[in-house]
Design a protein around this ligand. Sequence first.
Ligand SMILES: [Zn+2]
Length: 69
Amino acid sequence: MPRDPVCGTNVNEDRAAGRSEYRGRSYYFCSDRCKMEFDRSPDRYATPDETRERDDRTGRTGWTGDRSR
Ligand SMILES: [Zn+2]
């Protein structure tokens, strides 16, 4: 059973009040409020996994030096 990442409640997919997709994963929410909260700052609630870590490492750190030019 998927878990509401905002409040930690187990949510039945069929009864979920809301659903969001973030970085290729689906998240289910017990209420509209939790969904809104997630949509506002998904990075804070999304489950970290390998794909995401790899993405962060290659994506962001690589470009910081570009500014000094
Ligand atoms: Zn919730």
